[in-house]
Design a protein around this ligand. Structure first.
Ligand SMILES: *[C@@H]1O[C@H](CO)[C@@H](O)[C@H](O)[C@H]1NC(C)=O
Length: 381
């Protein structure tokens, strides 16, 4: 134990001394946070030179292990106390933003982000249009688009944070991204968040009743849960479904946390954090076991209603607390006759597929998703 600690410390010192001058200039140019790049290189190099320090991860590449460790370094900060005050919420938002913006690429100057409000009857939904170089007029063109529901446990995930990833996505896929700036808890209720995503779907269909033919859905984490909820709403209301939906580490529903029986290895979304986020989602003063089925059906997807879903591409890390629940859900979706791919990141954590700068597994899965989207859109166009 002690000897591996000394080796660990020595390896880090050696790498720091010798390798900092050789850190990838391209990566430095892509990020705003040089400290993160250096940490990642050091950790990664340690695994290349001393793979025996981490024997249980034989199937992982050094960069991916380093990503996992990099995120673990932020762990003490990404949490919410038991008795959540407004101040805790502010701090939580601040830290999660700092962490995510360090891991997402810096926004390139050719990326455009435009704010819009869209109206459905008396309801307004706040939106951002994000695209590389020029913003397509999606209302009257045949351009394909991505409707993105961001993660953040319904509590955080603002445009400044997510547009970094979405700008990359837009350029990489050569598509317009519609970012839904839905209302967040605890200032609003989860029902209001869900109302926003349902309204935006109604608005899209009102503007172009054939829009589903050029529409791809994407969401991560709690944003994935919003997509699952919306798909069940779409089907029960006989609306047309999108061409395909990509879910990065989706929360299957609000209930699954109670069935998690693995030792959490994921410091990014820990079980305590997940519980505290759920507490906020149902209302601080509500006791989870007092929530009735009817109340739950307004804020959480049914875990057995997948018939009629579009093709799904799901990504999840094998180290995340939700992996069993995601595997279970995938089986149920498949047995409902839906085409679904589950792409697991070996040894990786929650929403690994968003962090292409730090892990070859993430770059590879993004490339596969790009091809998958092209296939789905070809069928219709
Ligand atoms: C997954 O399914 C198994 C078998 O049905 C069940 O025992 C387990 O509790 C489920 N896990 C989660 C997290 O839903």
């Amino acid at each position: 134990m002690l000897s591996s600690w000394i080796l660990f410390a020595m390896a880090n010192i050696i790498t720091l001394l010798f390798f900092i001058p050789f850190i990838d200039e391209d990566l430095l140019a892509l990020t705003r946070n040089h400290r993160v790049v250096i940490f990642h290189r050091v950790l990664s190099l340690r695994h290349k030179l001393l793979p025996f320090l981490y024997p249980e991860s034989v199937k992982m590449d050094a960069d991916s292990i380093a990503l996992h460790e990099l995120i673990s370094l932020y762990d003490p900060q990404l949490d919410l106390g038991d008795d959540i005050t407004n101040n805790d919420i502010e701090e939580f938002r601040y830290h999660s933003k700092r962490m995510l913006t360090a891991l997402f690429p810096a926004k390139s100057s050719s990326c455009l982000v435009q704010y819009h409000t869209l109206q459905y009857n008396t309801n307004q939904v706040h939106m951002y249009y994000i695209q590389h170089e020029q913003i397509d007029n999606w209302k009257c063109s045949n351009q394909p688009l991505i409707l993105y529901f961001h993660g953040g446990g319904f509590v955080f995930g603002d445009i400044d944070t997510y547009s970094c990833f979405e700008c990359h996505l837009s350029k990489f896929l050569n598509m317009l991204i519609l970012h839904v700036d839905f209302r967040l808890i605890p200032e609003y209720s989860l029902e209001e968040t869900i109302e926003d995503v349902i309204n935006i779907y109604k608005i899209l269909l009102d503007i172009d009743s054939n829009i589903h033919r050029r529409l791809i859905g994407m969401g991560d984490s709690s944003g994935g849960m919003l997509w699952i909820y919306l798909l069940q709403w779409i089907i029960s209301n006989n609306k047309p479904i999108p061409q395909g939906v990509i879910l990065h580490s989706p929360w299957p529903n609000l209930e699954y946390f109670d069935r998690i029986d693995r030792i959490p290895m994921d410091n990014y979304l820990s079980l305590t954090l997940a519980y505290n986020l759920r507490k906020l989602a149902i209302g601080k003063d509500t006791y989870w076991f007092d929530v009735t089925d009817e109340q739950l059906s307004k804020i959480s997807p049914n875990d057995d209603l997948f018939e009629g879903f579009p093709s799904l591409y799901i990504t999840a890390g094998t180290n995340e607390i939700s992996i069993d629940a995601i595997r279970n859900m995938t089986k149920k979706i498949r047995s409902a006759g839906v085409e679904v791919i589950l792409d697991e990141g070996e040894g990786l954590m929650h929403t690994y597929a968003l962090f292409h700068m730090w892990s070859p597994q993430s770059r590879y899965v993004q490339e596969k998703i790009r091809q998958w989207i092209q296939e789905k859109l070809l069928v219709e166009m």
